[in-house]
Design a protein around this ligand. Structure first.
Ligand code: 5AD
Length: 349
C-alpha cells in the first residue's frame, strides 16, 4: 500500500482500481505513512498556517428532503428559524472583531431568501467589510442565480457533491435530486469564477470503497479550491437513524489522500469530524487539513441547525472559543491566521 501512496504523491492521481485497493486496505500503519507525507505536502504550500472561516447558519428551512439530513423538509420535529438581515450583519461584526475575514453564509434551500434578498445581503456585507470574502453555501440554484450572487460580490461557493455514483446518490436523496445536476452546478460555479468547494460524507449509508474511488476521480477532474469532508452521523429523525456513523479513521485517511491528490486545495477539519471524536479536528490537521470553520451563528440557534445528532457548537467549535482553538493549534505546532486565506488553486482547469 505504501507504494500506492508514493505513486499518488508523485503523480497526484491514481487509477480507479488503485484508489479502491488503497481505500479498502487502509490500516494504521499505512495511515501513519500517509499522514506523514500529507503533512509534508501541506507544509510545502501552506506552512504551519491554519485558516479560519466564520460559519453563519442563517436559515434551517429547506425545501429538500435529503434522507440523511436533520433539517430536511419532512422533519416536523425541529423548530425552524431564519436570521434577519440585521442579525446576519451583527454575526459578521462579531466575527470581524474576533479576527474572521471570511464569512460563510450557510442555509437550507429556503425560498424566503430570494435571489434579490440574497444579492442585497451580499452587497451590504461587502460594503461593510470590503476586506472580507463571502462564501455561500445555499445549495442548487440556476446558473443565472449563481451569476447574480457573484456579481453582487460573493467570492466563494460550497456545494458538496455528496457522492458521485448515481445509484448511491439515489439512495441518499429523493428522486427530484440527481448526482448529475449537482455536478453540473459545480462546474457552473467554477466557470463563473467562484472559488469552489465540493466534498462528500465518509461512511454514508451504502457507501463502498468503489464509491469513494469515484469521488476521488470526480474531485480530480473538478479540481476544486476546497474539499469539505466529514463522517456521516445519523440523525434520530431520519430513516438512517440506526445506521453506523462514519469512522474517525476513515475520515482522516480520506483527508490524507485528498491532500496528496490536490496538494494546494483547502481542506477543512470539519465540525462533523470534531463531533465524532474530541480531538477530531486536531487529528484532521495532522492528517493534512488546514482550515477550520468555527460557528458564528447566534448561540440560541445553533442547536436548531441540526444536520446530525450531537453537533458540537460550543467551546473550540464556537467563534467565541477562538482563543481555545488557537491554543489547540499552537499545541500541535500550527498558527491560526487572520486573513482571507485564498486558495492557491487557480480557476483554469
Ligand atoms: N451527517 C454528516 N454530514 C451531514 N450533512 C448533512 N447531513 C449530515 C449527516 N447526517 C452534510 C452534507 C451537507 C453538509 C452541509 O452537511 O454533506 O452538504
Amino acid at each position: 500500500m505504501k507504494e500506492l501512496i508514493c505513486e499518488l504523491e508523485e503523480n497526484q492521481a491514481l487509477s480507479k482500481e488503485k484508489w479502491e485497493r488503497l481505500i479498502k486496505n487502509a490500516d494504521q500503519n499505512v495511515a501513519n505513512f500517509l499522514f506523514e507525507r500529507a503533512v509534508v505536502i501541506r507544509k510545502k504550500y501552506y506552512g504551519n498556517d491554519i485558516y479560519i472561516r466564520g460559519l453563519i447558519e442563517f436559515t434551517n428551512y429547506c425545501k429538500n428532503d435529503c434522507y440523511y439530513c436533520g433539517i430536511r423538509k419532512a422533519n416536523k420535529n425541529i423548530e425552524r428559524y431564519r436570521l434577519t438581515e440585521q442579525q446576519i450583519i451583527s454575526c459578521c461584526e462579531q466575527g470581524y472583531d474576533l479576527g474572521f475575514r471570511t464569512f460563510v453564509l450557510q442555509g437550507g434551500e429556503d425560498g424566503y431568501f430570494s435571489d434579490e434578498k440574497m444579492c442585497f445581503l451580499i452587497q451590504n456585507i461587502k460594503k461593510k467589510f470590503p476586506d472580507c470574502a463571502i462564501t455561500l453555501s445555499i445549495g442548487e440554484k440556476t446558473e443565472n442565480a449563481y451569476q447574480k450572487y457573484y456579481n453582487a460580490g460573493a467570492d466563494r461557493y460550497l456545494l458538496r457533491h455528496e457522492t458521485f455514483d448515481e445509484a448511491h446518490y439515489g439512495m441518499l436523496h429523493p428522486a427530484l435530486l440527481s448526482a448529475k445536476n449537482r455536478q453540473k452546478c459545480l462546474f457552473e460555479l467554477k466557470n463563473i469564477g467562484y472559488q469552489t468547494g465540493s466534498g462528500f460524507m465518509v461512511g454514508s449509508p451504502g457507501q463502498t470503497p468503489e464509491h469513494l474511488a469515484k469521488d476521488m476521480l470526480f474531485l480530480k477532474k473538478l479540481n476544486p479550491h476546497m474539499v469539505g469532508i466529514g463522517p456521516f452521523i445519523p440523525h434520530h429523525d431520519t430513516r438512517f437513524k440506526d445506521e453506523k456513523a462514519g469512522t474517525l479513521f476513515q475520515t482522516l485517511f480520506m483527508l490524507g489522500l485528498l491532500r496528496l491528490m490536490l496538494p494546494k486545495t483547502l481542506l477543512p477539519a470539519t465540525t462533523a469530524l470534531g463531533t465524532i471524536a474530541p480531538e477530531g479536528r486536531k487529528l484532521g490537521v495532522l492528517a493534512g487539513a488546514n482550515v477550520v470553520m468555527p460557528n458564528l451563528t447566534p448561540k440560541d440557534k445553533r442547536k436548531q441547525y441540526s444536520l446530525y445528532d450531537h453537533k458540537r457548537c460550543m467551546g473550540d467549535e464556537a467563534a467565541e472559543g477562538l482563543q481555545l482553538l488557537k491554543k489547540e493549534m499552537r499545541e500541535i505546532g500550527y498558527q491560526v491566521i487572520i486573513d482571507r486565506g485564498d486558495s492557491l488553486v487557480s480557476n483554469d482547469n
